[in-house]
Each structure stands twice: as C-alpha cells, then as structure tokens.
Design a protein around this ligand. Structure first.
Ligand code: AMP
Length: 151
C-alpha cells in the first residue's frame, strides 16, 4: 500500500459540490481509501488571471493502485464530473482538477506523468492544505512541506 496526496481544484459551477463529488468518487474506487480531507480554501487563479477564483483542497489516500493507474482513475473522475479538455485552456477555468501531488517518496518523470507534481513546491494553494494534513511530508528534491512554506 502507498500513501499519496491528491490536490483538488475547481473554479466553475458549484465548486464545493464538485470537490465533494471528486472526494466521493475517490472513496468509491476499489483500491483507494481516503484517509483525510483538508479544509477547502479560496485562491486566486494562477496563469490565466481573468477567471473565477478557485476552491482548493488536498486529500490523503492509501492506495494499491500504481501511479499510472491512479492517474488514469483521476482523469476518469475529471471526465465523469464534466471536464472537457476540448473547451479548456491550460490554467483556464475548470469544473474539477485532480492532481497527484505526492506518491510515497516516488520520483518519476515520464511523458504525461511527473511525481512529485512539478509545480507543487511553488504553489501555496497546494502546499498549505498539504501541510494541514502532514507538515512533515517530504517533497522529494525540495524538502519538508513546512520548510518550503516557511521559506
Ligand atoms: P491539468 O489538467 O492542466 O492539470 O493537466 C493534466 C495532465 O497533466 C494530465 O493529463 C497528466 O497527463 C499530466 N500530469 C503530469 N503529471 C501529473 C500529476 N502528477 N498529476 C496529474 N496530472 C499530471
């Protein structure tokens, strides 16, 4: 079993409901047990700034799905909850976004999957809820979450 941290974000429609549905979908996935859910926080959009504010949170999970299978499941949940990649621009508005932030102490850089999430260490909206769940979690290559936030 591995412990992973999943980042959730939404900035279209009923954001709280979409994130709740995302967590419920994770919980109902065979091979995934949701351990803890952070509080949700409102954050300013990054990149494309002319769009609604995001609601962001992080969940910790225990899983027997290897990283690729976990990613495939996250993409499936995003699709089921109404994300259309055709009509979205990168960093643009989205009904729900699910990212693998950390997966044990795995370091992986493959086409389509980078762990830890390549922008995790520079994103307070992901680091803060992550610190709420486990301030001592280590982002490989960058150190403990609490220390990254303190810098
Ligand atoms: P976005 O929706 O903009 O977050 O981009 C999603 C795409 O990023 C997915 O199709 C993945 O192939 C890719 N990706 C790479 N690394 C990760 C990761 N750690 N978690 C989620 N998606 C990732």
């Amino acid at each position: 079993m591995a412990v992973a941290f999943i980042g959730l974000g939404a900035n279209l429609g009923d954001r709280r409901r979409s994130i709740g549905a995302g967590v419920a979908a994770l919980e109902s996935t065979p091979g995934i047990t949701v351990l803890r859910v952070s509080t949700l926080r409102e954050t300013e959009p990054v990149g494309v700034v002319d769009q609604p504010r995001f609601l962001n949170g992080v969940v910790s999970i225990e899983t027997r799905l290897p990283p690729r299978e976990l990613l495939a499941r996250l993409l499936e949940i995003e699709a089921a909850l109404g994300r259309s990649r055709d009509t979205e621009t990168r960093y643009g508005p989205r009904v729900i976004d699910l990212d693998i932030l950390l997966y044990d102490d795995v370091v992986l850089d493959e086409p389509g999957l980078t762990i830890p999430h390549p922008r995790l260490h520079e994103r307070p909206f992901a680091l803060e809820p992550l610190a709420e769940l486990d301030p001592d979690a280590v982002v490989p290559g960058h150190g403990r979450v609490r220390d990254i936030l303190a810098e």
